[in-house]
Design a binder for this molecule. Structure first.
Ligand code: HEM
Length: 414
């Protein structure tokens, strides 16, 4: 089969019929992809002074493949961030956000598995060329840091190390600028937080989801307490009543804004109280057409966090396998011990989304939507109605302004 963008001049050995589309533009597979640069960038150190170590080739290729994929992830995340930065999100933009975020998830899935290829190398093979790495380490991966920062990993959540992760770049002003930008510009997590704060239905003047939710939780806890108090066995009764009280204290931590903010200051919660309300509301009413896509996005964001944790875990396993748990890394950290500490919730950027499940209540207690709210959420994004074009999270839009109008409007209200 002919190379789809070849013109017969492919020095990599690809045979082409010379009639392909790119021929007249003087472009071929080799030149279009700059394969001269990419395929000549594997400079094995082991060959320079002594025998070439066979596995060094794999080691370089695997790292380079990671860096290329990191580049693509950053490209997608930057695009999604840009879309969130615009004041209004319309339906087409939301589809792009979902598509690109999903792409990040799929790339990360690939990256999680890719490390296995490197596990075909034995520790002794690695030892044969490890000295050639000198101080080179993945710790210095600029793109990995950009990726973490752009997602929203905060400096204070990082495990402390002897030297700052940006240290290798202090003598490179243009790279330092990239790092500073990634730290200072709104991260994906910060932008999603702002977007969730605009969820329709959480305003106190409109549907007031939070007020209704508190009432529902109160009713649920009352029922649970009654059931616990009715238990015949005294010891069991005591235990069950205590369990209800503990649950009540847990819910206080989301109902009391001060408690929420205190947990936020300690890093146990990340988002504002209002954003948390938005995320919870989307979770409860995810079946409503206008919450379908936001709910999908929430799940994709959790996938990103989960896959990065899986990657960190796979990476720490290969590190222990290759250099054990007592050797320092070539980047100067404690090696295995440092990396193991990064496999933790403090590295989860979307931690609040994982914690939502703690506060889900059984379906029968979920506050029913008012007619107005049901109408507002019933417009499917794909319906193409004029309202659907103003996506549900338009800045400044709130349910109170449209509830009266929606209440009287004809709609698919059951
Ligand atoms: C033989 C395989 C590997 C070994 C022995 C190894 C070893 C290490 C060690 C010891 C560290 C801690 C920093 C330090 O050097 O002091 C580290 C960090 C890191 N490595 Fe690797 N690594 C391996 C493969 C990879 C691969 C394939 C990648 C893919 C890009 C990678 C990316 C990273 C990154 C991004 C960090 C920083 C992690 C963080 O600070 O959270 N490593 N590695």
């Amino acid at each position: 089969m002919a190379c789809p963008i070849g013109n017969g001049a492919c020095p990599a050995g690809g045979q082409s019929n010379g009639e392909a589309a790119g021929a007249e533009k003087g472009e071929n597979y080799w030149t279009y992809l700059h394969l001269d640069k990419i395929l000549s960038a594997q400079a094995l150190k082991s060959g320079a002074a002594g025998a070439v170590v066979h596995d060094e080739h794999l080691f370089i290729i695997v790292h380079q493949a990671y860096e290329l994929w990191f580049k693509q992830i950053i490209y997608e995340i930057d695009s999604v961030r840009q879309l969130f930065m615009t004041e209004k999100l319309n339906e087409r933009r939301m589809l792009d956000i979902i598509k690109q975020t999903n792409r990040v998830v799929l790339i990360l899935k690939l990256l999680v598995g890719q490390i296995e290829i490197l596990e075909t190398m034995t520790p002794l093979d690695f030892l044969d060329f490890r000295d050639h790495l000198s101080t080179a380490s993945g710790f210095q991966s600029l793109q990995f840091r950009l990726l973490e920062n752009k997602l929203g990993l905060k400096k204070e959540c990082r495990v402390k190390t002897k030297s700052d992760y940006s240290a290798p770049y202090h003598d490179h002003p243009e790279l330092m600028e990239q790092i500073r930008d990634s730290e200072e510009q709104p991260s994906l997590a910060a932008l999603v937080e702002r977007w969730l704060e605009r969820t329709p239905g959480i305003s106190a003047k409109g549907f007031n989801f939070w007020d209704r939710f508190q009432g529902a939780v109160k009713a649920m806890l009352n029922d649970e307490l009654k059931a616990a108090q009715a238990v015949a066995n005294e010891a069991q009764r005591k235990e069950e009543v205590e369990a209800v009280n503990r649950r009540s204290v847990l819910f206080d931590s989301i109902f009391d804004v001060k408690l929420h903010d205190a947990l936020r200051a300690r890093g146990e919660r990340r988002w504002s109280h209002v954003a948390f309300q938005g995320a919870l509301m989307i979770s409860f009413y995810r079946m409503e057409p206008r919450f379908n896509q936001p709910y999908q996005l929430i799940n994709l964001l959790m996938d990103i966090d989960e896959l990065l944790i899986k990657w960190r875990n796979n990476h720490v396993q290969i590190v222990q396998r290759m250099i054990g748990s007592q050797q320092v890394g070539t980047g100067g950290s404690s090696g295995y011990q440092y990396l193991r500490a990064t496999v933790s919730d403090r590295y989860k950027v979307f931690l609040d989304l994982f914690n939502l499940s703690t506060f889900l209540i059984p379906r029968q207690y979920v506050p029913p939507l008012s007619r107005a709210m049901q109408f507002r959420l019933s417009h499917s994004i794909s319906m193409g109605t004029s309202e659907a074009h103003e996506f549900l999270c338009d800045a400044g839009r709130d349910d109170d302004s449209s509830s009266e109008e929606a209440e009287s409007a004809p709609g698919p209200v059951s």
